[in-house]
Design a protein around this ligand. Structure first.
Ligand SMILES: Nc1ncnc2c1ncn2[C@@H]1O[C@H](COP(=O)(O)OP(=O)(O)O)[C@@H](O)[C@H]1O
Ligand SMILES: [Mg+2]
Length: 345
């Protein structure tokens, strides 16, 4: 379980509304000099803790539905989904995670029951069950709910092919669920995050049709940008034919190791091409982040004072501050360039 940080000494301190106190405390942390990277990181983390601790994030005007996608595996989709979700929930927002990947990794990290036969996204997509049937509260984080994926979902790509409205099944289920919550007076869900499998099949299409925004995690490694144009083309196709609201709202650089030239080059290249969409926060490579799922937890609850947890909290905050309209249907220079071969406008 999490070790409590030595500073600040009181949980929830400084109080959420004391900006002046936060600023004073942050200024009191001594600057580390440049040739001591460890001291610099510690000093940065101390400031981040003061800045983020106990902070409430603003509620969006309406429910934001964000699909976390990249057809490459192992780039940090699931890690990003669960940690952003926990960060948002911890800051007072109501969050629903939909695990739309048969591997069920998001379900594991959120501590959701997901043995075969558990009501899951499979029953919703393939059998037409209401989403409410499969929603579970996340055991460690208040205000966080999840729809698990079980192994049953692994057959869904094929089973969906022959079903009516196979691309819009998730959208219908979620729209109905959100509307029913509203009618029943249940608290509004502020953020829905949808985790995707590493492919562009029907499960991902359903996630693109339900989402209004796409967040693409990009791992700061060689080949990071390979496949990106294919992904952007798919998003564009869905936008044209099935979901006019869909847009790429954010790119998050993950597993960043600032000591390597390669990571710096990849980050610089992504920022150059996607200046508007790339989030300022980058997620560092961190052992705590990779350990958390084996404890059925997010890093936000597993090791809240770690660099990885702070980075995800900061990313969650940045996400709430990046307006719903930001980047909207406008396509950046980068997106245009990456789409060049077949795009006509
Ligand atoms: N910031 C990070 N630092 C260290 N390991 C990470 C980080 N982000 C993800 N990982 C690890 O990398 C692997 C792939 O991440 P994951 O989120 O499962 O990717 P995806 O969902 O895109 O396949 C997992 O083992 C995960 O624990
Ligand atoms: Mg995954």
């Amino acid at each position: 379980m999490a070790t409590e940080q030595s500073w600040p000494p009181v949980a929830g301190f400084p109080p959420a509304n004391s900006e002046g106190l936060r600023a004073a405390l942050m200024n009191a942390i001594p600057e580390a000099d440049d040739d001591s990277p460890v001291a610099a990181q510690l000093s940065l983390d101390a400031r981040r803790r003061i800045d983020l601790r106990g902070r409430r994030f603003p509620k969006p005007e309406h429910t934001r539905i964000i699909t976390i996608a990249n057809q490459k595996g192992g780039v940090g989709k699931t890690t990003t989904t669960v940690n952003l979700a926990a960060g948002l929930a911890q800051a007072g927002l109501n969050v629903l995670v939909i695990d739309n990947d048969p591997q069920g990794n998001a379900s594991t990290a959120l501590g959701l029951e997901h043995r075969s036969g558990t009501p899951s996204i499979y029953e919703v997509l393939v059998e037409g069950a209401p989403l409410a049937f499969a929603v579970q509260p996340c055991p460690d984080v208040p205000n966080l709910w999840g729809v698990p994926a079980t192994i049953d979902l692994s057959g869904a790509e094929i089973e969906l092919v022959s079903l009516v409205s196979r691309e819009t099944r998730l959208r219908r289920a979620l729209d109905t669920y959100l509307a029913e919550r509203e009618v029943s007076g249940a608290p509004r869900i502020d953020y829905v995050l949808v985790d995707c499998p590493p492919s562009l099949g029907l499960l991902t299409v359903n996630a693109f049709v339900v989402g209004r925004e796409v967040l693409i995690p990009i791992q700061c490694e060689y080949y990071a940008l390979e496949g990106l144009s294919q992904l952007l083309k798919s998003i564009e196709m869905i936008r044209k034919h099935l979901n006019p609201d869909l847009h790429l709202s954010a790119i998050l650089l993950t597993m960043y190791d600032g000591r390597t030239n390669l990571a710096q080059q990849v980050a610089a290249e992504v920022r150059e091409h996607f200046a508007e969409q790339t989030m300022e926060t980058t997620i560092p490579r961190s052992v705590r982040v990779s350990e958390a799922p084996s404890h059925g937890q997010t890093v936000i609850t597993y090791e809240p004072s770690s660099t990885g947890a702070l980075a995800y909290l900061e990313a969650a905050r940045e996400l709430t501050e990046r307006g719903v309209g930001g980047g909207a249907t406008r396509r950046s220079r980068g997106a245009a360039r990456f789409n060049e071969p077949t795009e006509k406008g």
